[in-house]
Design a protein around this ligand. Structure first.
Ligand code: NAD
Length: 315
């Protein structure tokens, strides 16, 4: 796909949507970025602010638009909706945001025959499922940012603990982007060595206690940030830019995006994150990794919890 042809539509020009565009415009990946929001003043203000930086980056057309722009988009990103307030879990947003996502999908469903839809609005796994069912697009083309951000947090915390560049730490968080997420320690590697073997060589810490501490800090990160500054948007903006790059450049990257599972990992008819190969058409392949017994049980518990959240929706 030529850069000039790469058109993105971002629905929701709030903190996350605007920060994402700010991150993406610096990559030179997109030819055209269209922002859509019910708050017309906000969207126009964000467009002007972003446009005023165009003299410093590679050429890209940034403008306010409408749902009809989705028709020839390569990527449609949804960040519209309510955000968590301090003390609120992501799942508590479900009913309100599901209604918003239903109405947005109603406006884009006939267009975008080849686009990939990237859901970011929370609870992202529940809403990815709602969007996939509402749009009826193949599951590989309706994906959620899922635990891509949580996996980055996991890598960062391991990197800080071990004194190793985060880019050399391979680690994945699976399941819900939320309280039931599963840090897959059995899949974690540093310098090609499994973390279990790496720890026995390093012997720098009490590994069980350290693992519990890192797992808890990864899971609870967003609560702390929301408590301190109201919302999170920088790291998710970069995580979205990373997923976009995998799609727009057909990178075949391994990313823990969320999609409807159909029997993989023994889980069916629910959206959650597992390692996926991501390219131009969205998810090209799901990687089925051999998890430990406890991780598998926790992943199934996460799926059950998400199924319960879906069953309780009134839409
Ligand atoms: P925000 O309040 O700053 O922005 C939300 C925007 O959505 C607003 O501009 C609002 O006008 C717009 N909007 C609301 N209803 C709309 C509709 N029907 N059509 C079009 N636009 C509509 O919130 P934010 O901080 O940008 O967060 C957005 C969402 O992203 C929240 O649900 C938040 O929880 C989620 N989020 C997800 C992750 C993740 O990892 N998946 C990380 C951070 C935030």
């Amino acid at each position: 796909m030529q850069k000039q042809q790469r058109k993105l539509v971002v629905i929701g020009a709030g903190s996350v949507g605007a920060t994402y565009v700010y991150a993406l415009m610096q990559t030179g990946l997109a030819g055209e970025i269209v922002l859509v929001d019910i708050d017309q003043k906000r969207v126009e203000g964000e467009v002007m602010d972003l446009e005023h930086g165009l003299a410093f980056v590679q050429p890209v057309n940034i403008r306010a638009g409408s749902y009809s722009d989705c028709a020839d988009a390569n990527l449609v990103i949804i960040t519209a909706g309510a955000k968590q307030v301090p003390g609120q879990s992501r799942l508590e947003l479900a009913q309100r945001n599901a209604e918003i996502i239903e109405s947005i999908c109603g406006q884009i469903e006939k267009s975008s025959p080849n686009a990939v839809l990237l859901m970011v609005t929370n609870p992202v796994d529940v809403l990815t499922y709602v969007a996939q069912r509402r749009l009826g697009w193949p599951r590989r083309r309706v994906i959620g940012s899922g635990t891509v951000l949580d996996s980055a947090r996991f890598r960062l915390m391991l990197s800080q603990h071990c004194g190793i560049d985060a880019r050399n730490v391979h680690a994945y968080v699976l399941g819900e982007h939320g309280d039931s997420e599963v840090a897959a320690w059995s899949m974690t590697h540093i310098a090609g060595i499994s973390i279990r073997d790496y720890c026995s060589i390093c012997q720098g810490c009490d590994s069980k206690k350290t693992r519990e501490d890192i797992t808890r800090r990864v899971r609870d990160s967003a609560y702390h940030i929301i408590d301190y500054k109201g919302s999170t948007y920088y790291a998710i903006g970069l995580a979205m830019a990373r997923i976009s790059s995998a799609i727009l450049r057909n990178e075949h990257s391994i990313l823990t995006v969320s999609l409807v599972l159909q029997g993989e990992y023994g889980i069916d008819n629910v959206c959650l994150s597992v390692p996926c190969v991501v390219g131009e058409g969205g998810v090209e392949r799901i990687i089925t990794a051999p998890l430990s017994k406890a991780e598998q049980a926790n992943l199934e518990a996460s799926a059950k919890m998400l199924r319960g959240a879906l069953d309780s929706l009134r839409i």
